[in-house]
Design a binder for this molecule. Structure first.
Ligand code: C2E
Ligand code: CA
Ligand code: CA
Ligand code: CA
Length: 263
């Protein structure tokens, strides 16, 4: 049966990844790369998004789209997520001390981490230790992972908001959920999913108009062309991210003071 063989292979791959993830932190196999978030009005960089990279001991590069869901299932996402939190805050502090005092750091957080009752405490401890303002930390949570029935997750979101971090709703527009949660949860920013780019379609413009109505800021992801950038800028979408500006790079190659100009 080809189907059984296929699923057995997939199962083995998952087990193999779980085993390799086990020592990945101790072996220094993870790193973070950073992608700028650009203010479309003037091309300046306002923040960067930390994205996780993994090269295994065997030298294989495995993407977060593959290993994050596996780490969520195995529970390993908690330790990995804490490592990311620590590293990204530390990098934010380095840039802050280098004079980029308003440069914020966006960190992707799994819904499994939101269920961890220690999460907001852990973040606030890191910020205290680094003496870094909470407003410089942006927490990205995917729309699909928002479970409004989960009391612990909702409590964590409110704790984070009270701490002063900004909350970003990632992959916005890809979920099927009813939008009423937007008025109950303390989200500040919508990130339009890159599947809606290039933006010459009604979905992106509808989301931008809705963001304006709701008084939420909008970040468009996946901007790859100048045409797309100009379209979004004309619609008064405030921020954008994408290969047009810069691919994610290691901190050593990132210039927080760079300005992008296409006019
Ligand atoms: P995401 O948060 O939606 O991140 C955006 C993804 O789009 C990134 O892929 C980024 O490299 C890619 N991207 C950026 N600009 C462009 C563009 O112009 N065109 C295209 N086609 N793609 C672009 P990446 O780094 O492979 O990450 C994939 C996903 O893995 C992320 O999607 C996020 O959901 C997850 N992820 C990454 N790092 C972390 C992490 O530290 N923690 C957690 N929980 N999830 C993470
Ligand atoms: Ca993200
Ligand atoms: Ca996204
Ligand atoms: Ca995504």
């Amino acid at each position: 049966q080809p189907y059984d063989k296929l699923s057995a292979t997939k199962q083995n791959r998952k087990l193999d990844i779980v085993n390799q993830l086990h020592h990945a932190i101790d072996n220094n196999e993870f790193s973070l790369v950073y992608q700028p978030v650009v203010k479309l009005a003037d091309g300046s960089i306002v923040s960067s998004e930390a994205l996780l990279r993994w090269t295994t001991k065997k030298g294989e590069t495995i993407g977060p789209d593959e290993f994050i869901p596996i780490a969520e299932n195995s529970g390993q996402i908690i330790d990995i997520g804490n490592w990311v939190l620590q590293q990204a805050c530390q990098q934010c502090k380095i840039w802050h001390d280098a004079g980029a005092t308003h440069h914020a750091m966006a960190i992707n957080v799994s819904s499994h981490q939101l269920k961890d009752p220690q999460f907001s405490k852990r973040l606030s401890d890191i910020l205290t230790r680094l003496s870094l303002p909470a407003a410089l930390i942006h927490i990205e949570i995917t729309e699909n992972s928002i479970i409004t029935e989960d009391k612990k997750s909702v409590a964590t979101l409110h704790e984070l908001s009270e701490l002063g971090t900004r909350l970003l709703l990632d992959d916005f527009g890809t979920g099927y959920s009813c939008l009423s949660y937007l008025k109950d949860l303390p989200f500040d920013v919508l990130k339009i999913d890159k599947s809606f780019m290039p933006a010459n379609n009604t979905i992106a413009s509808t989301i931008i108009a809705m963001g304006h109505e709701l008084n939420m800021e909008i970040i468009a992801e996946g901007i790859e062309t100048e045409m797309c950038y100009k379209f979004l800028k004309n619609l008064k979408c405030q921020y954008g991210q994408g290969y047009l500006f810069q691919k994610p790079v290691p901190a050593s190659e990132f210039d927080t003071f760079k300005r992008f100009n296409f006019d």
